[in-house]
Design a protein around this ligand. Structure first.
Ligand SMILES: *[C@@H]1O[C@H](CO)[C@@H](O)[C@H](O)[C@H]1NC(C)=O
Ligand SMILES: *[C@@H]1O[C@H](CO)[C@@H](O)[C@H](O)[C@H]1NC(C)=O
Ligand SMILES: *[C@@H]1O[C@H](CO)[C@@H](O)[C@H](O)[C@H]1NC(C)=O
Ligand SMILES: *[C@@H]1O[C@H](CO)[C@@H](O)[C@H](O)[C@H]1NC(C)=O
Ligand SMILES: *[C@@H]1O[C@H](CO)[C@@H](O)[C@H](O)[C@H]1NC(C)=O
Ligand SMILES: *[C@@H]1O[C@H](CO)[C@@H](O)[C@H](O)[C@H]1NC(C)=O
Ligand SMILES: *[C@@H]1O[C@H](CO)[C@@H](O)[C@H](O)[C@H]1NC(C)=O
Ligand SMILES: *[C@@H]1O[C@H](CO)[C@@H](O)[C@H](O)[C@H]1NC(C)=O
Length: 489
């Protein structure tokens, strides 16, 4: 829920056309407002593309090294999801002794079909964190999928947080998946999803609830025929199936950017607009006492260069904070084919720029129990306040204006009042420009002056907190275009 704001916004034209300085003032409620949104204690997680799961675990080092940085923040393992398009191409072979088997023309391709064996799930026990595990529904072989389900339960139940039957079933017809029969609208898909869920319940038995429901690719609000979780809850699912569902799930990518620039795509108002459709989905899930999550998300659905930039890190941060403010419990940032998907947080030997945004979001939300957003969601500037045990503990001030790296860098000057402390300290996330990637030699975003080591994901360089005096309960902080400030109140 977005906290009702009373901002004073003055836009001052600067000396050149590109220079403006925004001044905003917000009051920080000194006690947690009644409409503040409760926070999960591990809100930011990652989704790993199904066929890549063994590679993320065993072939490259950055993911697990960087996830341990989240563990330090959360005090527990980051939740993960194993799934994606290739879960609906996977055949379970109980006698196969490896993790996965497939053939591709290039290591940057995803396989059209793959086989996996029981050892695939042993890696979940190695990971030891809450895992949302995907199974194949798209190929329409319930025998094979339920065989796999029973064996996964046998091997990895202790870490299975949720079970997903099918990835993005709303686009099965378009993908020519055999499970989808035209017309593949909300009623066809809903009945099929319920049938699969009931079949699962019959073989799984307990513990319940454990299923996810939805996992839809597209959250069109204007097409009543399109499958959506509201339809599952209100129409397709009976009480038995609803009782077995642990969590309702949507996926979110920004529409392909076309000619849109990074400046447009990363803007706070755009992020708010992209997430808006989920407010109703969260409410419908809550009406049956269930949470709603983004089971798979990242910047764009098709690779575009901007997805690897520092601007993507800012979008990752803003999306995480605004999503949890809407009541979305968790977000799983998708990691696709290694060295191929531009939004990936890691390559085989490198920490990528978007990771900085995910890490900063965890730093902001970790330890918090409620959040409010102070802004109205219609400008480039976002302000969030995180509460713990009734008191404001942190604020995030975000300036999503673009900066090319040359010329004067605009800034926003934000005054927070109602503060009780005598001074605040802050960590700044910044980069030389919005377009910075970690692909160049020695170019990095920084958080408190530090960057992540490609060797072990440790923080390199001296950590620098900024300290600002509070006078009469007020502090004024400046956030340049494409910067974020985490303020410890
Ligand atoms: C479905 O899976 C079962 C069990 O793995 C297998 O025996 C059968 O051949 C599969 N059916 C099809 C049509 O592939
Ligand atoms: C689905 O099948 C049609 C007809 O064979 C083909 O043109 C199309 O490319 C296929 N779509 C996908 C996503 O494979
Ligand atoms: C609930 O729905 C499932 C799936 O449609 C169906 O198989 C099952 O019989 C229904 N249960 C009851 C109690 O009606
Ligand atoms: C889906 O399509 C079927 C067959 O055309 C139609 O009867 C039904 O009303 C549609 N349902 C929804 C929810 O759109
Ligand atoms: C991009 O701009 C070009 C030139 O104006 C236009 O022809 C094209 O349709 C635009 N593409 C998209 C996806 O908007
Ligand atoms: C709502 O679900 C939670 C578990 O998610 C359970 O502990 C609680 O009892 C449920 N409340 C109601 C009213 O069913
Ligand atoms: C944003 O919305 C608020 C509240 O509705 C309004 O006061 C303000 O003028 C809007 N700002 C812009 C830039 O549209
Ligand atoms: C913010 O921008 C204004 C207007 O360009 C400029 O005068 C000021 O020095 C900038 N402040 C900082 C801290 O960069």
């Amino acid at each position: 829920m977005v906290h009702p704001p009373t901002p004073v916004v003055i836009l001052l034209a600067g000396l050149s056309l590109t220079t403006t300085a925004a001044r905003l003032q917000y009051s920080v409620p000194s006690r947690v407002p009644r409409d503040a949104t409760p926070l999960d204690c591990t809100p930011v997680g990652v989704s790993m593309e199904f066929f890549m799961w063994p590679s993320y675990m065993t072939n490259i080092t950055p993911p697990m090294q960087c996830i341990s940085r989240f563990t330090d923040i959360y005090g527990e393992k980051m939740p993960i999801r194993i799934g994606g398009t290739t879960q609906d191409r996977a055949t379970y072979d109980p006698s196969f002794d490896g993790y996965v088997s497939y053939t591709v023309a290039s290591p940057l391709d995803a396989p059209d079909t793959l086989t996996y064996g029981p050892r695939f799930w042993d890696l979940i026990n190695v990971y030891e964190g809450e895992t949302m595990l995907g199974f194949n529904r798209g190929d329409n072989n319930q025998t094979n999928t339920y065989l796999a389900v029973v064996e996964a339960k046998e091997r990895a139940l202790n870490h299975l947080w949720a079970v997903e039957l099918g990835n993005e079933p709303d686009v099965y017809l378009w993908q020519n998946k055999s499970d989808a029969v035209s017309p593949w609208n909300a009623s066809q898909e809903g009945a099929d999803a319920a049938d699969w869920a009931q079949g699962f319940i019959d073989v799984w038995q307990s513990p319940l609830p454990i299923l996810t429901a939805g996992s839809y690719a597209v959250a069109y609000d204007d097409n009543p025929e399109w499958p959506n979780t509201d339809y599952l809850i209100n129409t397709a699912y009976n009480d038995t199936v609803k009782a077995a569902v642990r969590v309702y799930v949507g996926h979110l990518y920004a529409a392909p950017p076309g000619n849109n620039t990074l400046a447009t795509e990363m803007n706070h108002a755009k992020t708010v607009s992209d997430l808006a459709v989920f407010a109703d989905r969260v409410a419908t899930a809550a009406s049956v006492n269930r949470s709603f999550i983004l089971g798979e998300t990242n910047f764009h659905p098709y690779d575009v260069d901007m997805d690897a930039t520092f601007g993507a890190a800012l979008q990752t941060l803003d999306k995480s904070l605004h999503a949890v403010t809407l009541g979305i419990k968790r977000l799983f940032f998708h990691q696709g084919t290694i060295n191929q998907a531009l939004f990936n947080w890691w390559s085989d030997n490198q920490i990528n720029a978007p990771f900085y945004g995910g890490y900063f979001a965890a730093l902001a939300l970790g330890g918090g129990d409620h959040i409010v957003e102070l802004d109205s969601g219609n400008s480039s500037y976002a302000q969030y306040v995180i509460y713990r045990q009734g008191r404001p503990t942190k604020a995030v001030l975000l300036n999503t204006d673009y900066y090319s790296g040359s010329g004067e860098r605009s800034n926003a000057s934000i005054t927070l009042d109602g503060l009780l402390s005598s001074k605040v300290k802050a960590l700044r996330m910044t980069a030389a420009s919005t377009d910075v990637t970690t692909n160049g030699i020695g170019t990095y975003p920084t958080i408190g002056g530090q960057y992540f080591s490609n060797v072990d994901c440790s923080s390199m360089g001296a950590l620098r907190y900024e300290s600002t005096t509070v006078s009469s309960g007020e502090v004024t902080l400046t956030i340049a275009a494409s910067e974020a400030l985490l303020v410890y109140l």
